[in-house]
Ligand binder design. Structure first.
Ligand code: FES
Length: 121
């Protein structure tokens, strides 16, 4: 195995909260199944061992989840569903591009702050 062992990681929020929690959680939006879909998509391309799909706890973007972040690029995607997996894999994991329609930007964080009643920065 070469080191570092992985060229890229994709972290998929699988956090679970009780039903009715004000922030909700990514797992109730399909986070666990989404991670498995990424694992399978990477396996199909022979990328196991080069790119890793990890489950993660809360990424603090709950209301806009499922939240996903890719490193080392530091690309955040929000509202990710199974329908987005192939496009994200091809664009941001096989390639180094960005899926513009899903990427989080300043407006995403402002929207999240507004949803939480926090002052905008
Ligand atoms: S529960 Fe997924 S970002 Fe918080």
């Amino acid at each position: 195995m070469a080191f570092p062992p992985y060229e890229k990681h994709i972290f998929i929020c699988n956090n679970q909260r009780s039903a009715g929690h004000p922030r909700g959680c990514c797992d109730e939006k399909g986070g666990s199944e989404l991670r498995l879909a990424f694992v399978e998509a990477l396996d199909r391309r022979g990328l196991k061992g080069r790119i890793r799909a990890n489950k993660t706890g809360c990424l603090n973007a709950c209301e806009l989840g499922v939240a996903v972040v890719i490193y080392p690029a530091g690309t955040w995607y929000l509202g990710v569903t199974q329908q987005d997996v192939e496009e994200i894999v091809e664009t941001s994991l096989v390639g180094d591009g960005i899926v513009e329609r899903l990427v989080a930007g300043p407006d995403s964080w402002e929207r999240l702050a507004s949803m939480r009643g926090l002052p905008e920065k």
